[in-house]
Design a protein around this ligand. Sequence first.
Ligand SMILES: Cc1cc2nc3c(=O)[nH]c(=O)nc-3n(C[C@H](O)[C@H](O)[C@H](O)COP(=O)(O)OP(=O)(O)OC[C@H]3O[C@@H](n4cnc5c(N)ncnc54)[C@H](O)[C@@H]3O)c2cc1C
Length: 352
Amino acid sequence: MRNKNITILGAGLCGLTLAYLLKKSDYQITVIEARDRLGGRILTQQTIDHTFIDLGPAWLWNQNTAILDLLNELQIPIHQQFATGNGYYQSMASQPPQLFKLPENQEPSYRIAGGTHSLIERLSEFLNTEELKLDEPVTILEEIESQIKLTTSKSTYIADLVISTIPPRLLVNNMEFTPSLPASLVDIAKETHTWMADSMKIGLSYSKPFWKENGFSGSCFSNIGPFTELYDHTNYEEDKFALAGFINDSWSQESPSHRKEMILKQLVTFLGKEALDFTSYNEQSWSQEKYTHLPYNRFLSPHKNNSHSIYNELYLNNKLFIAGTETSSQYAGYMEGAVRRAKSVFNFINNL
Ligand SMILES: Cc1cc2nc3c(=O)[nH]c(=O)nc-3n(C[C@H](O)[C@H](O)[C@H](O)COP(=O)(O)OP(=O)(O)OC[C@H]3O[C@@H](n4cnc5c(N)ncnc54)[C@H](O)[C@@H]3O)c2cc1C
């Protein structure tokens, strides 16, 4: 296998972990990514005041052993999510937010130093520019005798083995296959939920963590919205301060100016006028991202068809793997699933 070309579709966490593992073992690889940036669902925005805000995934947990091992191997530190002291919860619009004491966290969550993107940056350092093609959506996969021809928006490539890490629902809807993929696979993939693909996040940076005064943690929860959850987003070094969290996705349809106005109004209700002294405001609506989200025709329950056994098969006469977090047998949808799936595909190839 080492003298064959392995092409990975997608430079998110799964694709780049796989590339790192294969490269370390001397395989010839090419990674093709549709976006002009790395990371896929991982997106850490650097603000004008050099604060890193995670507008995609931010948290991992003790049981996420595969990603914790990877971070350890790459010498990237983690730090515990700050959630000590009081929080606010608003259950209905007619009542003000209620102060409550956060219980001691039995299941602490952790964040990655420098933001989640520091893992992506570190993984990509092992690839050279020839091995990494950005801004090239793959559109066609064609079996040609013992190989696969890939057509992208810019070029064509020949591969001996292709590993897709594109969310399965996007893979079967956005790409042409010759010969066609089995109907049983296409039917399952079309109904495979892409975790968090329709979510929305915001982050605001501040020159000081004013919310930490008077024993407040920064944790705010609301049934009303626009934001539903907000947390302290202070950095690892504790010298950059921010609040970050989730917006009810129905607000992604609103005009940006109206949305921002309503979010700030809600913030003042929770945290007082100091909340308006932010140095930057960032938001990300993932439902607007065509390389992550494809609108569902009907409601799909969260994680539907994630870890389905159909993803254990190989396709196009054993030349196509379908990977990505949604196909992982454990922790599907999460960063842990992306890393575990990369490791399991790597072990399979390495044992061929
Ligand atoms: C807002 C949000 C919050 C989250 N919070 C957490 C969290 O706190 N903890 C956690 O564990 N997980 C969280 N997640 C989930 C986590 O982001 C994912 O599990 C993980 O990033 C998935 O990695 P992946 O490589 O499998 O997929 P992706 O990151 O989706 O990568 C797939 C890649 O394929 C590319 N692609 C798509 N189409 C094509 C094409 N035609 N040609 C070439 N490339 C293509 C995409 O651009 C993308 O880069 C969150 C996700 C979001 C969106």
